[in-house]
Design a protein around this ligand. Sequence first.
Ligand SMILES: [Zn+2]
Ligand SMILES: [Zn+2]
Length: 433
Amino acid sequence: MEPLPCGHIAIAGAGRICGHLFGVPEDIEDVEYYRSLLGDGMRWELRCDGCAKDGAAEVFEVCEGCVRRVEEDCEFVGWRGEPGILERSEPVDQTVSTSPLPSRASTVVSIAPVAAQPGVWLLLNHKGKIIRWDADAGRASTRAHCAVPDDSDRRAWMRHQAGPRLHSSADGRFAAVVNDFGRHGAVVDLTTGKTTMVLDGGNYHPETVPFSLAFAEHHGRTVVIHRTAWNRLDISDPATGDLLTERTLAPAERGGPRPAHYLDYFHGALLVSPNGRRIADDGWVWHPVGVPTVWSLERWLGGDMWESEDGPSRHRLAWRLYRWNNPWCWLDDEHLVIGGIGEAGDAMLDGFEIYQVETGNRTGMVAGPRGQLFADARRLYSASPDGLEVWDPDTGERTGSVPGFVPTHHHVGSAELAVLEEKVLRRWRTVAT
Ligand SMILES: [Zn+2]
Ligand SMILES: [Zn+2]
């Protein structure tokens, strides 16, 4: 084996680097570098400022260790050039069906799929009425009225105005109405129409995040995971409101050490993995930095009370300056996909990163996709502003599109993506039937 130009007998790194970065002495700080994309998928080179402007500048193949040294010792300041979007065209069914909403719904402000019941959705109207609607059969019934205090007078943060969002348990027995980017919410039992829980996410910067809430299953029983403070999540029984994660943090003493299990983290949107064994949290910490995090829901539900604070299964996936509330989805039970490529809000590339949640390592990057992300066992779907695009997550290739269809929701039980438009629900099947 011949030595690489860096002088090391080792495996070549993922990208070549310019001679100036390669020659940076270890004790020099604040050397900036760019990733120059080569128009071929995500292939890049690391270049200093001067070489990033000069396409003809000399670059060298170096070992993995030398690439890592530049990435760790120097400061990444942005992307240059363009990624290549890979295409592999496959036939895509262009049929988007249109289902008129039931007239009793009046003005619908939020929808939620009932995952275990194909074709069934819950609808929330502007007066807090919750309607169960079978979109295939065209049947609708009013199940509850839910009163949640209005948070819409909160000052909007980064154009996020507080407003209601509806969640459904997988079996459709329970619903939650919460104010995303607000403080308040409630859980309702749709078999009785009664409000079983009043939710309060606390008043410390709730305007920065969707209200943390997710339903999950534990030993055949539905539980609800919800925020009770900026840095605390709890699990409750939605039938009774009973708290299942009773735990007390020692009080913090001024100037003293932090109490054990103290968590310095603003919980954000929650997403339970398809098999229900893990949970992802799109929260942030001061600087502010978005720090999407995953941990074992199985351990937490199994009695490891502090798993959401500092349990051994907890992994930080990314560290993104001024950037959270990204599009995201579970690719499968082991991988989470997060929209945007990069480390800082103003230097992100369109695309997504794939993280292996067992280790917390990034295992892939695909340039191109924009908008909300959805996945099934075969494909990844991006709701770009011009319409749906279909991607092969293994190869990074775009395999098709459905122009003009920009879905917001995924009904897993019906294998369909959907969007509410005026008085109709537009739906498209993710797999051939
Ligand atoms: Zn250079
Ligand atoms: Zn080397």
